[in-house]
Design a protein around this ligand. Structure first.
Ligand code: FES
Length: 300
């Protein structure tokens, strides 16, 4: 006896959205179906969609299935998940989303969720005028002749579900579940996928390390207190004082306390009504720009 979740049993005993959709021949409504599997293989699913072309969204979804408990529950789950979605959103739904909706599926029954995902893609491709046999998954080298499963389909199942064993591949797409002559080839595809994933992971880690190194190299080294004071003095002497002196004023650096720069305004500046502007714009702005943005200038 399979260990089914309560949701799977609920949707098996009381399936929802079972049946077909008649074409109402109304404006802005299209009806299409997609199907996968075959009765000879023990599982078949036909998914019917009612689509609103103006919004590219799914108004209704129904299913007909020939299969086990989890096939019926997965089909009900799929139809509930996709109602109201746009077609592009629906194409992003994975078999894992279907399994999650059901509170999980026994691994040996995961192919039912994969079948739902495939029927959905078949229906949408058909509506969009893309021949299903021209879809990527259906092209490529045939690996499992018993179930007609291609290399691309196996690679996709491995990648999307992190499969690591041949038994898992059989559970997800049925490949290898017949005569067994393709098992070694499936094993090779798993090893190849793991090596590719490792290469991608290593490349990503290298890129992150490089980025961190370049950011560290680009980041300015914090000034020591002595460097900060020396720099402030230089800016005041070379960039500020000549301007103030030309106007009959002057300034001297009194002290630096953290980010507070204490200065003494002299000459015309000391008695000038615009001394606040002098501090802010002539001195503080220069120091913020040339030394540290956090500096604040105060007169004593
Ligand atoms: S060829 Fe794959 S099980 Fe027979």
């Amino acid at each position: 006896m399979w260990d089914y979740s309560e949701k799977v049993l609920e949707l098996f005993y009381n399936p929802i959205n079972q049946g077909t959709i008649d074409d109402p021949a109304e404006p802005d409504v299209a009806v299409v179906f997609g199907e996968v599997g075959s009765i000879a293989c023990g599982d078949a699913l036909r998914l019917h969609l009612k689509i609103q072309p103006s919004t590219d969204s799914i108004l209704d979804a129904r299913f007909q299935t020939f299969g086990c408990t989890s096939a019926i529950a997965s089909s009900s789950a799929l139809t509930e998940i996709i109602k109201g979605r746009t077609l592009d959103e629906a194409l992003h739904i994975t078999n894992q989303d279907i399994a999650d909706f059901l509170g999980g599926l026994p691994e040996a029954k995961m192919h039912c969720s994969v079948m739902g995902q495939e029927a959905l893609e078949a229906a949408i491709y058909k509506y969009r005028g893309i021949e299903v046999e021209h879809h990527d998954d259906d092209e490529g080298t045939l690996v499992c002749a018993c179930y007609g499963i291609t290399e691309k389909k196996i690679r996709r199942a491995i990648a999307e579900n992190d499969l690591t064993t041949v038994e898992q591949v059989t559970n997800y797409v049925k490949a290898g579940g017949g005569c067994g002559s393709c098992l070694a080839n499936i094993e090779d595809l798993i090893v190849d996928a793991q090596e590719s994933a490792e290469t991608v992971r290593a490349a990503a880690e290298l890129a992150v390390a490089r980025e961190q190194r370049s950011q560290e190299a680009a980041a300015p080294t914090p000034l020591t207190n002595l460097q900060k004071i020396t720099l402030i003095q230089q800016v005041i002497d070379k960039e500020v004082r000549p301007i103030l002196i030309a106007d009959g004023g002057d300034v001297s650096l009194h002290d630096v306390e953290g980010d507070r720069v204490l200065v003494k305004l002299q000459g015309a500046c000391g008695s000038c009504a615009s001394s606040t502007e002098t501090l802010k714009y002539a001195i503080e702005a220069k120091l913020k720009d040339l030394v540290l943005p956090s500096l604040v200038v105060e007169a004593i």
